[in-house]
Design a protein around this ligand. Structure first.
Ligand SMILES: Nc1nc2c(ncn2[C@@H]2O[C@H](COP(=O)(O)OP(=O)(O)OP(=O)(O)O)[C@@H](O)[C@H]2O)c(=O)[nH]1
Ligand SMILES: [Mg+2]
Length: 441
């Protein structure tokens, strides 16, 4: 089933009425609340995403107040403020001939819409030349809007098309309003509309591309008075925005609640992803530190008390502690028995790999450069380095298994372990290990 917003902008089949916006609304509120109250999210992660969490709060408040935000958006001087005023029926926002009349986004409640928690947001124009900062601001506003009216006063420029595409990607429904239609005659206007529909196909649904005149230029009337003198008179004209108003009210009535819920839901989804990524990153960093500590401990122990290379993989006690520690880091604690079983699987793969492929090279690499004057210290360092490397391999394999939720995945342990062996830079690990060990002995 296609989502309602795809129906909205995709054209084709007429949109079926949304079953019940209240359901979406309640679901969105619940998911925002759940995210805000989630005690599993570490304080550090919450702090690093404080702006996002603050916005979650305000979005939840907005949902609870049943508000719907509509933003007008477009290049400077296309008549965004004039349109907002025409919809509101009052001169709420400054309108001007100067480019950049509107400097900051501002919102007003739209009382004319039934049961209205609907707010109109006027935004600064996206400047084609140097208004990078204002463009960013406008995009931010569009982000908090549930629905965006993109205002143009002619065919889409390259920048407008790019902005429209970006907005469409934010999954907000878009309306495209051709303003200042009073400047065109009927045929020109129809041709422009057709052109706009063609160029915005896939971004805006055809019926949501409409012609309006938010503030038509006054009509010049020339009268000849009794003395035969010409009198010029300017007649103000009322805004002609019915086509847009009708589309807006239809959408608000049919799916206003769902729109608000969708916007909140999308944002909650992004925050959830961000939280997940931060937690994963924090865990990786912690795991790195844990692994390093165990590598040092084991390497030093082996260096002080050398054992045959073949026994390195079998040296179990520290490895079991390491694997259990990693389990706690990744929030998937392992019992001692589980840790033992996991180690057995990994070691079996490593032993097979090492003896089959490069066991000889491994030993050679560890002992490289030892031909001249084998001091016990250096030999011990080399053995310790080897222990470090083996520990690192075991730990990374266990980490993969834990990150995948205690699973080797479809490929199985053999492939996972082989991939890890291939991905770790053996020589640099051995070099670093030797340095660390020698510094400690
Ligand atoms: N002819 C005509 N002029 C219009 C129409 N709507 C707005 N204008 C004029 O266009 C100019 C700009 O209008 P604004 O509403 O300030 O435009 P804006 O998009 O808000 O501009 P910025 O705030 O500077 O980005 C003003 O001089 C308006 O009178 C219209 O429908 N027809
Ligand atoms: Mg303005």
């Amino acid at each position: 089933m296609r989502h309602w917003w795809q129906r909205l902008r995709g054209g084709g089949a007429p949109a079926a009425p949304v079953a019940d916006g209240s359901v979406h609304h309640a679901q969105a509120s619940a998911s925002l609340r759940a995210l805000l109250d989630d005690r599993q999210i570490p304080a550090a992660v919450r702090n690093s995403l404080s702006a996002e969490f603050a916005r979650l709060e305000s979005m939840l408040a907005k949902l609870e107040r049943e508000e719907l935000h509509i933003a007008v958006f477009g290049r400077v001087s296309v008549g965004k403020s004039a349109l907002a005023n025409a919809l509101l029926g009052e001169a709420a926002f400054a309108v001007g001939v100067l480019h950049g009349t509107t400097r900051e986004a501002a919102q007003r409640r739209w009382h004319a819409v039934a049961g209205s928690g609907v707010h109109l947001i006027d935004t600064p124009g996206i400047d084609e030349l140097d208004g990078e900062a204002r463009e960013r601001l406008a995009f931010e506003v569009a982000e908090v809007a549930d629905l965006v009216v993109f205002v143009v006063d002619g065919d889409l420029t390259h920048n407008e098309h790019a902005a429209l595409t970006t907005l469409a990607r934010t999954q907000r429904p878009l309306l495209l309003a051709l303003n200042k239609s009073d400047r065109y005659d009927e045929a020109e206007c129809a041709a422009l509309l057709a052109r706009l529909r063609e160029r915005s196909a896939g971004l805006v649904q055809a019926e949501d591309v409409v012609a309006i005149a938010a503030q038509p230029a006054p009509l010049k009337r020339v009268r000849v008075d009794a003395q035969g003198r010409e009198q010029v008179q300017w007649d103000e004209r009322a805004p002609a925005i019915e086509a847009l108003r009708a589309r807006l009210t239809a959408i608000i009535e049919r799916e206003g609640k769902t729109l608000a819920a969708l916007n909140a839901g999308l944002f909650a989804g992004r925050v959830t992803d961000a939280v997940g990524a931060r937690i994963a990153q924090a865990r990786r960093e912690l795991a790195d530190r844990v692994i390093r500590q165990y590598c040092i401990a084991k390497a030093v122990a082996v260096a002080l008390n050398p054992i045959p290379v073949a026994d390195l993989l079998a040296a179990g006690a520290l490895d079991a502690a390491l694997v259990m520690h990693l389990g706690r880091v990744y929030g998937l604690p392992l019992t001692r028995r589980e840790a033992g079983a996991l180690l057995a699987v990994i070691s079996a793969q490593l032993v097979a790999l090492m003896s089959a492929i490069w066991g000889v090279h491994l030993a050679a690499a560890a002992f490289k450069g030892l031909s001249a004057g084998l001091s016990t210290l250096v030999t011990a360092g080399a053995q310790g380095a080897l222990a470090w490397y083996a520990t690192e391999l075991v730990a990374r394999a266990a980490e993969k298994y834990l990150v995948a939720g205690k699973s080797w995945g479809e490929l199985g342990p053999k492939r996972v372990v082989a991939d890890i062996v291939a991905s770790l830079d053996r020589d640099s690990i051995l070099r670093e290990a030797r340095k660390e060990i020698l510094a400690r002995l």
